[in-house]
Design a protein around this ligand. Structure first.
Ligand code: ATP
Length: 232
């Protein structure tokens, strides 16, 4: 479904992704783990068209997307839940959801907002409140539900556990697991290696912009580099 081939992404002179290749098959749950500054967000931003790679190629369902605009990629079935959630704090919860459905015909957005909030009853209860008044965990749920508005086939999640208490991290991962079980293909990056590996069927390790390992969930858990650097 998604194929990243030998991608190099720079910020000016700084190389943030160095020859990274990875793939996600349809219906898979794939995680990328790595420390602060490893290049995880850069990878997702490059995939979604927010950054352009200097070299390499990215294919979505067999077609190169490295020149495609982000809004077109959303229409083609890929959405990103950004690091830090980025809900619109002064807008209501419901209006945040409706904005997430901007590529849908206007008449369908209310109905879709009803559908995406089914797994998130708290968002229905608080639909008229300003999104900025939600707790961190609730804002993460809102960011995920908002991304689901366009019925993505591939959902990209950047650090879904960031800034959340351990209890909320479990709740957020439970919801992501539910979305995966309902058929959404998921690629997530997280510093929380334990949660990210438990969630995935397969994963990658990024270190200083390079791939330092990859494998199935069990292979990752047992790998020396993961044990030493991320699982203590
Ligand atoms: P974190 O978990 O802290 O977000 P990350 O793994 O997502 O880390 P990136 O944000 O992708 O890492 O950053 C990768 C590298 O690129 C880091 O060295 C970072 O300092 C650098 N970098 C990121 N954004 C920029 C930018 N806008 N300009 C210059 N350098 C940047």
């Amino acid at each position: 479904m998604l194929k990243v081939e030998n991608v190099c992404t720079y910020y000016g002179q700084i190389c943030a992704l160095d020859n990274v290749s990875m793939m996600v098959e349809e219906k898979e749950a794939v995680s990328v783990i790595g420390a602060n500054g490893a290049g995880k967000s850069t990878l997702l931003k490059t995939i979604i068209g927010d950054l352009r790679p200097k070299s390499g190629n990215i294919q979505l369902s067999g077609k190169s997307i490295i020149k495609e605009k982000t809004f077109k990629l959303v229409s083609r079935g890929m959405t990103l839940v950004p690091e830090g959630r980025h809900v619109f704090p002064l807008l209501s919860v419901w209006d945040n959801l409706l904005l997430g459905g901007y590529t849908l015909p206007a008449k369908d957005r209310q109905q879709r907002a009803e559908e995406v909030t089914e797994p998130f009853p708290i968002l229905r209860e608080r639909k008229d409140q300003q999104a900025g008044l939600l707790s961190g965990g609730e804002q993460q749920m809102l960011a995920i539900a908002r991304a689901m508005m366009t019925k993505p086939k591939l959902l990209l999640l950047d650090e879904p556990s960031m800034g959340l208490s351990p209890k909320l991290v479990f709740e957020v991962y439970d919801k992501i697991t539910e979305l995966h079980q309902q058929g959404t293909t998921i690629l997530l990056v997280d510093q929380n290696a334990e949660m990210a590996i438990d969630f995935c069927s397969r994963g990658y390790v990024l270190m200083a912009g390079r791939l330092a390992g990859q494998g199935t969930k069990n292979a990752l858990k047992e790998s020396e580099i993961v044990q030493r650097s991320y699982l203590g």
